[in-house]
Design a protein around this ligand. Structure first.
Ligand code: WT7
Length: 645
């Protein structure tokens, strides 16, 4: 495919400059990041050393002994020069239901919220759980936590009560924010009641002291006078100034739970100094930010994408951050483009799954709107297939915008591999080249040796620390070491396979662990399996991802039933529901396959490779089934899946 002219077309000189800057950033990371930290962040007192520690023993620390505050950097410091500029531009569920807050207004409201939290007893270091819909308060609460040194733990509002309870208990979080209800696509979601179900579970009794409730819809919800606080009113009564807590660069800023290959979600920890610098720099570079930009990341604040590119990245850079409460389909499939036109959005950032689902409706919707404000289009979450890339580039971007394919993860804090607009020549489907400060290498998965040269395939690894890398898993440093640092000693291991093409460009080939990527959401197969086997009718479950046109991956669950339980439509419904209850609706299985037995090796291991092929319909390339205990199981499963699909 030939790429036509783009608004900010790459030039050879810009590309050469990238190569030079990238080379120097990895040759001498300490001077590179040290200088960036001094130039771009405001420090209450300077750091003694830029970098300390290493991946090998998991002791990485950045900007050692430096003192700062993330909220101060994201809000306060802009007030003098851009006080009247809009910091937060919110569009609610109904088109045109908007609210905006200038930097001055944002500071005042964040301070009121911070003061209200202090009045209720929230202290520096406390973990504050945030289960809020996409209302402006989610951003404000995160910033207010940062301001007083509390550690926010945001839980995406699609998680179930079980999942919330598990996270509250794991982090021993005394404080929980929620709202009466949420509103999405015209539907009300009973968030407070879901939260109540979580807080009332045994593992949370005596953990939660107070539940702070904002009003979103004014709808009815359960109420406990001793525990629940009408938080909007409490904040209204507070002084609109609250001093910033002095934080050490390595104090915890937030935790965010994410799935791994075991049943328990991991509390990924990010710290103040390194995370802020990395979110700020990647937001600026990857999207080619300009002063005055309206930056729209339409992810949910409950995922890392929202943390880094709705809240911290754009605000640290002092641009206008757009927050979106609704869905791309409400009231119709033109909603995103309607927002772009009305709010004159310059940078638009979404996931391939959203692009694919909109593309199905054709070009009419994007063609109806004036999209001329757009300069950069971003994608994140999974590799973007070239068809979707082309539609995004041609129909949404009118062949005038750069499309940036940003590869990263919860643990990396910000982008680690992406093209830069106007800088890196684009290739649809490839996340292209590493960001400044990132030394990306391809390893042989067996030997762990670096594979040199181009046109090679292996697992992705990152060779030296960067400021945004997660520092630990909450309460479990051993797990942190085991998952990220020990698989390939001396490297950070993200868990993805990749290919480096003849031009040195990286193509992500997908997770190499038992983690699924469903609509850009990470779901551990073990979490789904444990939800299934908790049901009395299931004795064994094997959960597999399979290619799905819109979602990227769909979830297929093979279940063997316990003695006396018969397969039925009702049972399939119940099992599907069991997963929704344990994790949340976004993890709903696409396919449930009850089966008398699973293909096992003679030593009793489930042969996932075969189950994967069956779910994908690739039954002519099953490979060797000779090591199976009972090879006839395979044909039975093939027949079964065919009838279900
Ligand atoms: C996993 C991380 C980072 C925000 C969204 C998800 C996959 C992410 C890309 C991309 C190919 C990608 C990887 C990664 N992934 N972006 N541009 N191209 N794959 O965050 O839940 O932490 O998931 O998403 O497999 O490891 P997450």
């Amino acid at each position: 495919m030939v790429l036509k002219e783009v608004y900010n077309p790459h030039t050879e000189s810009a590309f050469d400059q990238y190569k030079t800057e990238h080379a120097s950033s990895i040759a001498d990371p300490e001077s590179y990041w040290g200088q960036k930290a001094l130039e771009n962040l405001d420090w209450f007192s300077p750091f003694d050393a830029v970098l300390q520690g290493s991946f090998t023993d998991g002791s990485v620390a950045w900007f050692v002994n430096g003192k700062m505050n993330a909220c101060y950097n994201a809000v306060d410091r802009h007030v003098d020069t851009k006080g009247s500029q809009v910091a937060l531009l919110w569009e609610g569920d109904e088109p045109g239901d908007t609210k905006s807050y200038t930097y001055t207004q944002l500071l005042a409201r964040v301070c009121q919220i911070a003061n209200a939290m202090k009045a209720e007893g929230v202290k520096k270091g406390d973990v504050v759980t945030v289960y809020l819909p996409m209302m402006p308060e989610v951003t404000m609460v995160m910033l207010a936590c940062a301001r007083i040194g509390a550690v926010h733990s945001v839980i995406f509002a699609g998680f179930s009560a079980d999942a919330i309870a598990e996270r509250i208990a794991a982090s021993q979080s005394k404080w929980v924010f929620t709202s009466d209800e949420g509103l999405r696509g015209g539907k009300r979601l009973p968030l407070k009641n879901i939260c109540d179900n979580a807080m009332n579970k045994e593992i949370c009794i005596n953990v939660v002291s107070k539940c702070f409730v904002f009003e979103r819809t004014g709808g009815k919800c359960n109420w406990s006078d001793s525990r629940d606080v009408k938080f909007g009113a409490l904040a209204d009564s507070q002084r609109p100034y609250c001093p910033c807590e002095t934080m050490d660069s390595e104090d915890n800023l937030f935790i965010l739970y994410t799935s791994g290959s075991t049943g328990r979600p991991k509390g990924v920890v990010h710290t103040v100094g390194g995370y802020c610098l990395y979110a700020m720099e990647t937001c600026k570079n990857s999207f080619g930010l300009k002063d005055g930009d309206v930056f729209a990341c339409v992810a949910d604040a409950g995922w890392i994408t929202g943390h880094s590119y709705i809240v911290y990245g754009p605000l640290l850079n002092g641009v206008t951050s757009f927050m979106f409460e609704s869905t791309p389909m409400y009231p119709d499939e033109g909603r995103y483009w309607d927002c772009v036109e009305r709010h004159k959005i310059n940078v638009f950032y979404t996931a391939p799954t959203a692009i694919r689902s909109l593309m199905r409706f054709g070009d009419t919707a994007p063609n109806k709107y004036d999209l001329s404000s757009l300069r950069v289009l971003g994608t994140v979450g999974e590799p973007i297939n070239p068809e979707a890339w082309r539609w995004y580039y041609e129909v949404v971007g009118r062949e005038k915008c750069s499309v940036v394919d940003t590869y990263w993860q919860t643990e990396t804090g910000g982008h680690v591999i992406t093209n830069y607009p106007g800088v890196t020549p684009m290739k649809p489907g490839s996340c292209t080249l590493p960001c400044f400060g990132i030394e990306a290498v391809v390893l042989d998965s067996q030997t762990g040796k670096e594979i040199e040269g181009n046109d090679v395939e292996g697992v992705l690894a990152i060779k030296q620390p960067w400021p945004g890398v997660t520092r630990t898993c909450l309460g479990d440093h051993e797990r942190y070491l085991n998952v990220y640092m020990k698989p390939y000693p001396g490297y950070y291991f993200p868990g993805d396979g990749c290919r480096r093409d003849k031009d040195g460009y990286i193509w992500i080939t997908g997770r190499v662990d038992d983690v699924l990527n469903v609509s850009g959401h990470r779901i551990g197969t073990a979490e789904v399996e444990s939800a299934l086997v908790a049901h009395p009718s299931v004795s064994q479950a094997a959960v597999i991802g399979f290619p799905h046109d819109i979602k990227g991956q769909g979830i297929c669950c093979y279940c063997t039933l316990t003695y006396g339980h018969e397969e039925s439509e009702d049972l399939v419904k119940e099992l599907r529901n069991a997963v929704r209850v344990a994790i949340g609706p976004f993890a709903t299985p696409d396919l449930i396959v009850p089966t008398p037995s699973l293909p096992m090796t003679r030593s009793g291991k489930i042969m996932r490779r075969i189950l994967r092929k069956i779910a994908a319909g690739e039954t002519d390339t099953l490979g060797d089934v000779g090591t199976l205990g009972d090879p006839s199981v395979v044909q039975k499963l093939i027949d079964k899946v065919e009838t279900l699909q």
